[in-house]
Design a protein around this ligand. Sequence first.
Ligand SMILES: *Cc1c(COP(=O)(O)O)cnc(C)c1O
Length: 230
Amino acid sequence: MTIADQIRQVRSNIEHYCQQANRSSDAVKLLAVSKTHPANAIQEAYESGITEFGESYLQEAIDKIKHLQNLPVIWHFIGPLQSNKTRPVAEHFDWVQSIDKPKLLERLNQQRPAGMRPLQVCLQANLFNEPQKRGASRAELLELLAIADSLPNIQLRGLMVIPPAQADLNKQREQFAYVNQVYQQLQQNYPAMDTLSMGMSSDIQAAIENQSNMVRVGTGIFGARQEIKK
Ligand SMILES: *Cc1c(COP(=O)(O)O)cnc(C)c1O
């Protein structure tokens, strides 16, 4: 299947799951995760109507962003971020979804170039106590929310989660239901938050049933990834 075919398929799945969940079919934004895939694959997805792309590896991402600078797309950084690597993210991305430390927020706020729109931020939550995974615990989220909310060059948009992989649909549902419950609670104090970024190629359905409004799809659009580049 071509990238265009795969996008058609993913969109039709999203629409179907939205209908099943009694949600409007445009309630869920599709973020195409293009990490490890070349610039021409991004170009092809753009021609099929995709306007938002997620990247995880900083150097390859910056190369592609520069190469495609005439393409009016929105770039999301969704990968692990070290605090000494924040500057290129602040300079080249529209969104960052992998914030799990106060220092990242402070540096991105400081390094965001004047004249650019505030950086759109989702906090990465680790709500299932997985020590090997990045992401903030529930207690850490409270601190991060307060900081993000106070910084002028940061616009707090919501939460991003990658729950433990589960093959079973009901287990996926349980996990996303819990994330949604935490999100709804936090939103009461931060009503400007409007983004619950959850669901990837293999768990879109359960995510959409539980109020995800941004799914991040890589494999389902671009096929299997190459070896991870640095
Ligand atoms: C790679 C990645 C995805 C996409 O995963 P697929 O299973 O290929 O759809 C989504 N979110 C994050 C944070 C990722 O790193």
